[in-house]
Design a protein. Structure first.
Length: 289
């Protein structure tokens, strides 16, 4: 943990922020605020107890250690709240009711779902006074419907959560995800031109931010082009496209990874059909113009 700016502490997660952990942010002031709880043991050494916990979205790697902060008020976007408050809501939003759930829990190194009551909603433009600075909520959907980032204008700092700048690229493998919204959210942060960018899975950066965001967004285009190349060779079914590993290099025989691959390919196809670049034939095959 270290202080990025006065009163703003970056908490690097276990395993260098890699899944199934995520980095957290602690804001110290008149109101002490923790953003996300996925960092692991480092959360035991906060500068003070948080009064509020802001959850950027419902994914397990961002809410794993909610139970450590029972005295705090928990907040999240309304569109993601059900994925935090109940097992059924989490399964519905993530689509994990369609796969081997035991294999999923093993993959994320958890044994079960732990529910957290969301006591207040956060949303676009909401300003939370910390004391020496204000925290503004920015709705950045695509990764999840209610995915949020946070902006501190005093330092031109953005916490973008899972607009995470990892080499894997954007992730949108839930039924509730949307790659076109994800692209728009990345473009929005680029337009904000932050001086400091912090994400859920990478260390804070303060140089070449626009280029790094543009390179991250370009992964979406690369996947789309790979999909179009495959379709220009021959019309294909969704199952055959999933087998090409356009998103994941390997599925390791895990049903859950195959499911996520399928979701992301299917969403690209839906977008391409809307833009009249791809059609779906009467035989159920996808074909590029």
């Amino acid at each position: 943990m270290y202080e990025v700016k006065p009163g703003i502490f970056f908490i690097q997660a276990e395993n260098r922020g890699r899944y199934p952990y995520s980095n957290s942010l602690f804001l110290k002031g008149g109101t002490n605020v923790l953003v996300d709880t996925g960092a692991g043991p480092a959360l035991n050494d906060l500068p003070a107890a948080p009064d509020r916990v802001l959850l950027s979205h419902y994914h397990r790697d961002h809410v794993t250690f909610n139970h450590l902060f029972k005295g705090a008020v928990f907040s999240a976007h309304e569109k993601d709240a059900e994925g935090i408050e109940s097992r059924e809501g989490f399964y519905r939003l993530s689509g994990l009711d369609r796969v081997d759930i035991e294999a999923y829990w093993k993959m994320v190194k958890q044994s079960d779902f732990s529910a957290t009551k969301i006591e207040s909603f956060i949303g676009e433009g909401q300003v939370i006074g910390i004391g020496p600075f204000n925290l503004q909520v920015i709705h950045l959907p695509g990764h999840t419907p209610g995915h949020c980032g946070f902006y501190i204008d005093k330092y031109n700092l953005v916490y973008a959560s899972d607009l995470d700048l990892t080499s894997f690229g954007p992730w949108y493998g839930n039924p509730s995800s949307d790659p076109d919204q994800f692209r728009a959210s990345i473009e929005r942060v680029i337009d904000m031109d932050p001086g400091i960018l912090i994400t859920g899975h990478c260390k804070p950066i303060s140089s070449n931010i626009k280029k790094k965001l543009a390179d991250y967004a370009a992964v979406l285009e690369q996947r789309e082009l790979a999909l179009l190349r495959a379709l220009k060779e021959r019309p294909s079914s969704l199952d055959k496209l999933v087998e090409k590993n356009i998103i994941y290099r390997k599925h390791y025989g895990l049903e859950v990874l195959i499911f996520f691959e399928r979701m992301m390919i299917e969403k690209h196809l839906e977008s391409l059909i809307k833009r009249e670049i791809v059609i779906k034939t009467e035989e159920g095959l996808y074909e590029a113009f």
